[in-house]
Ligand binder design. Sequence first.
Ligand code: FDA
Length: 318
Amino acid sequence: MNPLRPVILAAADSPRMKRVLTGNPVTAEIVRRFVAGEGRDELLPVVADLLASRRLISVDFLGENTTDRASAEATVAEYLSLINALAAIERPVLPGIGAAPVEVSVKLSALGQSLPADGLAISLDNLRTLCVGAAAAGVWVTVDAEDHTTTDATLATVRALRTEFPWLGAVLQAYLHRTESDCVEFAGPGSRIRLCKGAYREPHRVAFQRATEVTDAYLRCLQVLMHGRGYPMVATHDPVLILAAEAMAAETGRPAHRFEHQMLYGIRDAEQLRLTGAGYAMRVYIPYGSQWYGYLTRRLAERPANLTFFLRALVGKS
Ligand code: FDA
């Protein structure tokens, strides 16, 4: 794992760093690489272009750790408008691929999960409202994974709503020690699981820290999902894991339309197009919105080169 990662993720929690980054015009250039825009007007042309290139999409309205109920409700309202706007965009016809081309991704902390007292019930109700709107529009929903203190609550919410909305997806993070057994639970028929490495700063007692350990854990989790009866979503840019997914699919007799590759907007675009051209379902996760700070710092922490680029730009413009 990148040795600077814990340092950057720790610094990212500092309100001072947040003020410096969000108040600096140079940041906007970096943000643009990873975030489609602040509003739907900037997002929708990006979505249309990606769909026209035969890639599938998942849109995330940026926001996390909502501290009041009104903000959680405003997030739901934005998602419902987003879903309607997405439903109006022309979708590609992809022979042999049964996945919904359009999906939204959502963080339960943005829907009120951490509100005192009844946060869990509020976020569950809000997610249900969102799923009702999505079902009517033929759009899928997947629930993002946040830090490990939320995993039990998030998976309980997904479990509860999957009885009404069996297509509701969840994210599992391979770096958590618990995830291999979560994969066993969520590998049943119809279960959509997005497997990623994990992007938060987590303690040793709950998460693997070394890059090789995380890669090995990812491979073990992917084996479980690929051997299961659900729909694995292989969310990684790592060439080793992408090849492993293809090999496991061949070994388990899983055709290309029974799983999908997923990557983040702005990362490994040529590889996204290669996978699409090779007949795989390739979904791009596209964030938009003004609350991009947490998302950006996680992307900077993943790759020292991003941080170097960013610091050079800062120094160059100061
Ligand atoms: P790794 O970090 O080893 O990267 C492999 C290669 O990919 C790098 O060598 C580089 O070429 C490229 N790359 C990766 N990150 C890059 C970056 N930031 N900038 C430029 N190049 C980069 N996490 C989480 O905790 N909860 C969640 O809900 C999600 N959701 C999610 C959805 C989707 C669709 C994806 C693809 C990822 C997530 N993640 C996430 C993030 C995930 O946990 C992880 O932090 C990143 O995907 C980076 O890990 P990789 O598997 O790509 O490997």
